[in-house]
Design a protein around this ligand. Sequence first.
Ligand code: ADP
Ligand code: MG
Length: 273
Amino acid sequence: MNTPTFEPGRLALMLNELRLPTVARLWPEFAQRSDKEGWQATRLLGALFEHELAERAKRRIERHRAESRLDPTKTLGTFDFSMVPMVSKAHVMALAAGDSWLEKGATVLVFGPPGAGKSHLGSGIGHALIDAGYRVLFMRTSEIVQKLQAARQSLQLPSALAKLERFDLIILDDLSYVRKDQAETSVLFELIAERYERRSLLITANQPFSGWNDVFPDPGMTVAAIDRLVHHSTIFEMNVESYRRRTASDKQIGRRRQLSSDNHKLGATTMAE
Ligand code: ADP
Ligand code: MG
């Protein structure tokens, strides 16, 4: 058989054209080992392609994380569930795995006073979903409303909404901070209606539904928005005092204890002298 021989340089060019950077990087070392250890050709090819696929998946997840606008520090790993006993960790972990709720475009609603940990919990779920291969976008609700409003003014609203389609989950942070303004907040309603039963939303708000009449232009629209959001939804109510305030007072108590134990020790040594 006439076996063609390949110049390493030519191989590099071909791998570049095929966009196989990991194979291009790894093959010299793998080929050397393969020659030395007498691997079957399938083993060599399989090992190289497996690495290419793994790197590709890793790069895709990195891209998804970069586009998500999630705060990298607010993950479920850094979220202390013992601070919010009313939130079931098992339930959050099930949501964080994705699957059926994202497929049916269900909603997660997170309510609680400022500092309760709503944004952190929402971000944590977002990060976990990215790890599981989904695409997520985190935005303050007022910012997304402004963007959609600008798109509407330039007659681009349908294409702006279509661009958001690629996200399996959009996290609308602080919905109740949106100012009531007829033109602006009806785009929020359009986003909710557009995604209903197709693409998921996770919404955080200081005020539960009773306060939402201040967000949407008229009561009819408020009812229609709430109706869609609660249809397939999970609601977390985090009725706890601000995490910052609690940890600050814990630290103070800690500091006071430390101080008194230092004084005590000081007292003890002084006495021993
Ligand atoms: P909210 O969105 O409800 O106003 P945040 O999620 O912004 O509150 O939380 C306020 C701060 O406290 C953030 O820095 C957040 O990381 C931290 N935090 C809140 N709850 C927790 C928690 N259970 N575990 C760890 N950090 C928390
Ligand atoms: Mg917040």
